[in-house]
Ligand binder design. Structure first.
Ligand code: E4P
Length: 218
């Protein structure tokens, strides 16, 4: 399973990249706003700065919600760097835009997906990635991981090439459950990735090893 970091924060992206396990980045308009990135030129510059840090795909979301606007913005984003994946919302014009970009070999990520039917449509339109938001489903008492399992079954039934990008990941158990459900990618915060490292027996075991070594080497 690929690990994407879900942030527009350059320091966190660099930290994850330096860890050596990062496969890409996802952003959204809320994450860009959180970093205080405003104005078209600054936004484009920021996406380029992200592309310069990471080796994998970088999702950049369109703001337009009409077909022509999404095409215009998406083409501009795609021209920035080969790593750019045009992120398109799951709406009617978005499906048409996914089809347009897929026919032209431009990578896409269909975002704000909350049902298997939406994921099926995105795959039929040729999306490179589909982003089911598992954390937001859990927030309203639906099972986000169950949705990943359902989409996996459907995509495997018909050999769709669209990759399942489990989004809205909040904690390490989400990551583990996504891997069990055979998501192709998970995107989450750096904190969730770093939490995978932790185990109390690792900490106490290491402390013991170092103490035993110090006893005979001091
Ligand atoms: C995915 O592409 C989205 O940016 C993201 O995962 C949303 O996560 P949230 O529900 O934590 O805002």
């Amino acid at each position: 399973m690929k690990f994407f970091i879900d942030t527009a924060n350059l320091a966190q992206i660099k930290e994850a990249q330096d860890l050596g396990v990062l496969d890409g980045v996802t952003t959204n308009p809320s994450l860009m706003a959180k970093e205080g990135i405003t104005g078209k030129d600054n936004v484009l510059r920021h996406y380029k700065a992200i592309c310069d840090i990471v080796e994998g795909d970088v999702s950049a979301e369109v703001i337009a919600t009409d077909y022509e606007g999404m095409i215009r913005e998406g083409e501009e984003l795609a021209e920035l760097d080969d790593k750019i994946v045009v992120k398109i919302p799951m709406i009617k014009d978005g499906i048409k835009a996914l089809k347009y970009f897929s026919e032209r070999g431009i990578k896409t990520n269909c975002t704000l997906v909350f049902s298997a039917g939406q994921a099926l449509l995105a795959a039929k339109a040729g999306a490179t990635y589909v982003s089911p938001f598992i954390g937001r489903l859990d927030d309203i008492s639906f099972d986000g991981i169950e949705l990943i399992e359902q989409i996996r079954l459907i995509y495997d039934n018909y050999e769709f090439e669209t990759q399942i990008l489990a989004a809205s990941v909040r904690h390490p158990m989400h990551i583990i459950k996504c891997a069990e459900a055979a998501a192709d990618v998970m995107t989450g915060p750096l904190s969730a990735m770093l939490a995978l490292l932790k185990h109390p027996l690792t900490d106490s075991g290491l402390a013991q090893f170092l103490a035993d070594h110090a006893k005979v080497n001091s």
